[in-house]
Design a protein around this ligand. Structure first.
Ligand code: GRG
Length: 309
């Protein structure tokens, strides 16, 4: 019998683990922490713009991954929650900038008007900048009970992830590839590893580092994350074709309109789905030594291919 993505998620739930309630519980923790992280002060406009996008919903996958790996490696919430919030601040800033007319030019994100549509491009750029710098301040000032060398490692990894070696580099190659008909799978992989995979990998690995995980565990979790990162983007490309604007909370069908090379445009939908599932199977194989402790990471990997937005 061939299992669909949703069958696989249900299968995980049948094995005693309820992903939906796990995600909901962690999401609530993150929502409350994010809300408390950023009170409005003077000049009110910039804090309001930052909060508008930071508290606009979203799956909160990156912070949840960080909390989950920290817990798996024996760490506590006070060790990982500030980094989890910082990951969401960085992710949110990247969405604000990605939506700008100079980049992907979208009017909707997470089912709401984009930041620049509400506050104007000037404030949207500044809100992104302010969220990015606050993320680093927040990790450095709020993290508790973490070995300082490990904390420094996490801060360095966050810096590398957002810069030219990560999100910015991936975005530049993405912009350069738009409208080109000769984009190779290798270039596409480079774009997605940097634009999407890097932050997901840092989310997974930073939780483990904060908990003081051993190098072999960090290596294993890195491989898990690289696989789910690429699968996440393949599914994103598929959803851009198959899901509606309402389901996505952002404009659907944009890749084709912008003549973007995507996995489905190179491989077709069916092969793209197969490739995403193969990556998820590889990711799950990395979790074998952790037995039942790895149920959440396993279920999250399955959720990534089964998701509808
Ligand atoms: C980081 C300095 C700096 C600049 C940003 C714009 C840019 C450079 C990079 C683009 C990064 C980007 C938007 C990548 C796409 C990642 C992606 C698949 C986003 C969707 O993530 P979900 O589905 O969204 O987790 P939610 O809304 O659920 O959080």
């Amino acid at each position: 019998m061939v299992m669909t993505g949703e069958d696989r998620v249900a299968h995980t739930e049948a094995s005693d683990f309820n992903l939906a309630s796990y995600l909901e519980e962690k999401k609530q923790l993150v929502e409350t922490a994010l809300d408390e992280s950023l009170p409005i002060t003077r000049p009110e406009k910039i804090y309001e713009a930052m909060r508008y996008s930071l508290l606009a919903g979203g799956k909160r996958l990156r912070p949840i991954l960080c909390l989950t790996t920290c817990e798996l490696m024996g760490g506590t919430l006070e060790m990982s929650l500030p980094t989890a919030c910082a990951l969401e601040m960085i992710h949110t800033m990247s969405l604000i900038h990605d939506d700008l007319p100079a980049m992907d030019n979208d009017d909707y994100r997470r089912g709401k008007l984009t930041n620049h549509k509400v506050y104007g491009q000037d404030i949207a750029i500044l809100a992104g900048d302010a969220l990015l710098s606050y993320a680093f301040e927040y990790v450095a000032r709020r993290t508790r009970n973490v070995d300082l060398a490990n904390l420094l490692d996490v801060i360095a990894r966050l810096g590398r992830t957002v810069g030219a070696a990560g999100l910015v580099g991936g975005q530049v190659l993405d912009l350069e590839s738009e409208g080109k008909s000769d984009v190779t799978v290798e270039t596409l992989k480079f774009i997605h590893i940097h634009k999407t995979g890097a932050l997901l990998e840092t989310s997974v690995v930073s939780g483990a580092i904060l908990a003081g995980a051993k190098p072999e565990d960090i290596e294993r979790l890195s491989r898990y994350a690289q696989n789910i990162g690429l699968a996440f983007q393949i599914v994103d490309d598929i959803l851009d074709i198959t899901a509606s604007t309402k389901e996505l909370g952002k404009t659907a069908g944009k890749d084709q309109k912008a003549q973007k090379a995507t996995y489905p445009s190179l491989w077709g939908l069916e092969e793209s789905r197969k490739q995403a599932q193969a990556l998820i199977d590889d990711a799950i194989a990395q979790l074998k030594p952790y037995n039942r402790g790895a149920e959440p990471l396993k279920a999250i990997a399955q959720f990534i291919v089964a998701r509808k937005n």
